[in-house]
Design a protein around this ligand. Structure first.
Ligand code: B12
Length: 370
């Protein structure tokens, strides 16, 4: 898709954007808060710029997971990250458009942005007529849903472009709000990234807050739930089977293996450490005892404290005597205080669960006696 818009200062969005930053929603994405004025007016990048050519590139998204979870220990990866890194592919295609224009107007300025620059990309795409801001805070289009990437060419060329923001078609639908497992979406078309699975699994570097881990399910890089449940995406989802990697296999990756497998994919962003942290959480969420072996190995020998600590949590979540024994042994051996704390918390959670099991059994016994 392509659309055009004349550049101006995004006055009507300024207060929303500033409030969003003031509420700390950028989290660890410090680059979002840097110099907000540049984001609100692209002409501050170069005062000669006049227009934006906004481009959208649809990508394939599988309709539903094609495996049985949690019997099969497979992780889900957001569709956008399944192929080669879109920063490279979309950049090449956008550059081809800019080159074609330069061939016609050799003096024209062309500045390309895709994801990495100080640009409110959805805002310009919407001004250029490509879609409306959905309640899930993605840009939505009646024909293509929301599974598309955006890129922009800012230029000093001028086009006959009438401002034509498409109508909002979300109506009263709030499936994305209701079905987000971590309640990251709120009324008012606003996201709390610090609760969003995409943020937690990709952008967030340290330990994942314990109260949000269960909500991650088996998402190990990004998340598509707020897109999958959106009625506007029904026709844009394909029947292709999903490329769902085996979690124990990922847990066994060393640095070299990670680079070989994901070096050319957007997934490299998390580094091995971040991905295996997410994989540990997913294995825990499976509550499948078949996950214990790879978690036990990671807890005893992974070089990354982050991976060891999340493996401890995961063993606690799976529970049972064997996971408990592994945790008890690790508690005696582990010297890093942060991991020791996770191991104790995992054991406490397991004992809490045992006590409540006993109470539950007791009360059902009382009921049957009664
Ligand atoms: C930071 C970021 C994130 C963060 C924060 C997301 C967010 N909603 O802001 C996190 C890590 C959570 C994230 C996740 C995802 N992201 Co992201 N992300 C970005 C990035 C780099 C910046 C976004 C930004 O500036 N946010 C700050 C907020 C304030 O900006 P905003 O939401 O656009 O806010 C404007 C509008 O919401 C509008 N507005 C506010 N209220 C209202 C109300 C109404 C009624 C209306 C009409 C408008 C409106 O005004 C605001 C100010 O201009 C952009 C690339 C870029 N440079 O734009 C990609 C981008 C937005 N992401 C993208 C994608 C694909 C995703 C994921 C789908 C990936 C995934 N599957 O895991 C998820 C979707 C999660 C979600 N529901 O948003 C695509 C979106 C394509 C599309 N069709 O919309 C982009 C454009 C990247 C690209 N070049 O293709 N992302």
């Amino acid at each position: 898709m392509v659309g055009f818009a004349a550049l101006h200062r995004l006055d009507d969005r300024g207060p929303f954007f500033r409030a969003w930053l003031d509420e700390g929603r950028a989290g660890e994405m410090g680059y979002l808060a840097r110099d907000p004025e540049r984001r609100l007016d692209p002409r501050t990048l170069d005062p000669r710029l006049r227009s934006v050519i906004s481009l959208a590139y649809p990508y394939a998204a599988p309709a539903r997971p094609s495996f049985r979870w949690p019997e099969e220990l497979r992780g889900r990866i957001a569709s956008y990250a399944l192929g080669p890194d879109y920063h490279d592919t979309v950049l090449a295609r956008t550059r081809a458009v800019a080159d074609a224009l330069i061939a016609e107007r050799p003096q024209a300025i062309m500045r390309i942005y895709i994801d990495t620059g100080p640009v409110l990309e959805r805002e310009w795409a919407s001004e250029a007529g490509l879609g409306w801001f959905g309640r899930n805070t993605n840009l939505l289009n009646v024909h293509h849903g929301s599974y598309f990437f955006l890129s922009e060419i800012f230029t000093d060329l001028e086009f006959d472009a009438e401002p034509r923001r498409p109508r909002n078609h979300c109506g009263r639908c709030r499936r994305c709000l209701d079905l987000c497992p971590t309640n990251a979406l709120a009324e008012g078309y606003v996201i709390e990234p610090r609760r969003c699975i995409s943020y937690l699994t990709i952008e967030h570097r340290g330990p994942i807050p314990i109260d949000l881990r269960a909500g991650l399910g088996n998402w190990i890089f990004g998340c598509d739930i707020c897109q999958e449940v959106c009625p506007w995406n029904e026709s844009s989802q394909t029947a292709e089977p999903e490329l769902a990697p085996s979690l124990p296999e990922l847990m066994a990756l060393d640095d070299d293996g990670f680079r070989r497998r994901y070096g050319k994919s957007a997934i490299r962003r998390t580094k091995r450490r971040g991905l295996l942290r997410n994989v540990a959480v997913a294995l825990g969420n499976s509550r499948n005892p078949a996950a214990i072996d790879s978690l036990a190995l990671a807890l005893s020998s992974d070089p990354e404290p982050l991976v060891r600590s999340h493996s401890a949590w995961a063993l606690g979540r799976i529970g049972g005597r064997r996971a408990g024994d592994i945790l008890e042994r690790a508690a005696l051996r582990e010297t890093a205080p942060s991991i020791g704390a996770e191991i104790r918390a995992a054991l406490d959670a397991m004992h809490g669960a045992c006590v409540s099991d006993v109470i539950r059994q007791d009360s059902s016994m009382m009921r049957s006696i009664g």
